[in-house]
Write a protein that binds this ligand. Structure first.
Ligand SMILES: Cc1ncc(COP(=O)(O)O)c(C=O)c1O
Length: 307
């Protein structure tokens, strides 16, 4: 596994062809140590430099935070197993089991109430974790903390490398490169790697008009300046995080029937649905080459969608 570079190919579609616009997909979902491994897609891109840093620091335990359906938590658990490192996850809300957490095999999970979770994730520190006394064996030197969603300074270089890889693979450069946004870290890294050469498009999967400001703040914080060549669309959330709509569900089925590629309803389904809506609204000028990044996240959905 780990096909590198991850495949890039055109999605044949008469509606796109009729408007003179090419739609391509970058299959980062295939970038994984094993089929259906949650350590894939943007998780692989965002975690790789964090894991190198953790190893360079001599850390033995990786600790992070997430909701009960966090792809990041499942990916970190898997990464820890591949590297032989211990992992611990602080999970928001009451104890539950679901297919995503089932993937977090080998990870110590600890569920905390929402106020405690908010407090811990606002400024994640080893001291705050230690004060909770939930992981008695945790020692400061051996612990590497990764924020919720895996977005930190070390997450951006892997996503910038994705953009450069894509540019190298393209016979003619894409005009638009699009990705789904949760924390905005993947888009921030893409913007850096594209460096104004193609328009980076973010599709926010969350309700509310804050993603543009969030991405701008991440770029400022982690690169020290503002960047041209990007924008976020905030109206394709289908009701909010992990909410869906009959249109989205039908689109995902249709996409699978047409292209044989699975999307999931939380991120990549919303991304490709949004691209089709933008096409129909005339957003892409004739001659555009639009690349959608398949960021993975399928582990909890693959069996139900492929039926
Ligand atoms: C499959 C998938 N795609 C996209 C995203 C969004 O990435 P980011 O949080 O960096 O915006 C996530 C997670 O957050 C994800 O799990």
């Amino acid at each position: 596994m780990f096909p590198s570079p991850s495949p890039l190919h055109t999605l044949p579609d008469e509606r796109w062809a009729a408007r003179g616009v090419e739609l391509l997909i970058k299959r980062d979902d295939l970038l994984a140590p094993a089929p259906n491994d949650p350590f894939c897609g943007n998780k692989w891109r965002k975690l790789q430099h964090n894991l190198l840093r953790a190893q360079a620091q001599g850390a033995t335990t990786l600790v992070s935070f997430g909701g009960a359906y966090s792809n990041h938590i499942a990916a970190l658990a898997s990464a820890g197993q591949h590297l032989g490192m211990a992992t611990a996850g602080i999970i928001r809300g009451e104890a539950v089991s679901n297919p995503t957490l089932a993937q977090a095999a080998g990870m110590q999970l600890h569920f905390v109430d929402r106020p405690t979770y908010r407090q811990l994730t606002a400024t994640p520190t080893w001291r705050a974790l230690a004060d909770l006394k939930i992981f008695p064996d945790l020692d400061q030197a051996g612990t590497y903390l990764i924020p919720e969603g895996g977005t930190n300074a070390a997450a951006l270089p892997g996503c910038a490398a994705l953009a450069r890889e894509l540019l190298q693979q393209s016979s003619s450069p894409p005009t638009h490169v699009a990705v789904a946004c949760g924390t905005g870290g993947t888009l921030a890294g893409l913007v850096q790697g594209l460096d104004g050469g193609s328009l980076a498009l973010g599709i926010s999967v969350l309700k509310g008009n804050f993603m543009t400001a969030t991405v701008a703040a991440l770029l400022q914080q982690y690169t020290g300046h503002t960047w041209p060549g990007w924008r976020v669309h905030e109206t394709f959330h289908h009701g909010g995080y992990a909410r869906s709509s009959p249109e989205l569900a039908a689109f995902i089925q249709k996409f699978y029937a047409r292209h044989g590629i699975l999307l999931e309803p939380i991120y990549t389904g919303k991304l490709f649905y949004a691209l089709e809506q933008l096409l129909e609204a005339g957003f892409f000028p004739e001659g555009s080459r639009v690349v959608g990044i398949h960021t993975g996240g399928l582990q909890a959905f693959a069996s139900s969608l492929a039926k």
